[in-house]
Design a protein. Sequence first.
Length: 250
Amino acid sequence: MRKKVIAGNWKMNNDISQTTELINGLKAVLSSSTKAIVIVCPPFTSLGVAQQLLANSDIKLGAQDVSLYDSGAYTGEVSVAMLKSVGCSYVIVGHSERRQYHHETNEIINQKAKKVLAGGLIPIICIGETLEEREKNITNQVLTTQVKGVLAGLPASDVEKSIVAYEPVWAIGTGKTASKEQAEEAHQVIRNVIAQLYSASTADKVVIQYGGSVKADNAKELLSQPDIDGALVGGACLKADSFSAIISAA
């Protein structure tokens, strides 16, 4: 049985004091009976203080991106080793905003996922169609191409420990959410492609999250779908009460 995984992507929000306030607030309201794996992904500048605040907590720490390189003259980049040194266990790769604003391709995302796995961390690999692609009724083709691209060359053992996050681009930060039926259908497509590439056993082990305007009031119906194994949460993770409500729904 796959565990539910709820990850909060803070994006470019929260300085050190705001990070302290949010994590302390989350620890205060998070139930000790929580069965889901909970991950927070602050900006790079807050990872150090987040590590200290989470030291005696079950909440895991993740980063929002990683460099393709281990070290060297790559100004502004952060390596896997650096992320490990501040306590990260997870790394988001290929978020739609990275694809859109930084022109990241499936190939780049694939290389980053391999780098993360080689470093002993777990990648949260993002895929998803745009509104134009959905309106053209090519969602399944787009997802199939993306899954094949981002997982290219990965052995089954690495795929099984990775997380795939399905994020319909048209539902990120727009207030629109895929219906539970739309989301479940996309998750089934993704799982079926993984089964074709590897095996039904491998596909059954992969955690596939939904990301796209997940909120406290829609989390339960989304997370009740058989192929939706958690959520990659944006805006709603920036308040301890709303994020804990989503975690409770899991």
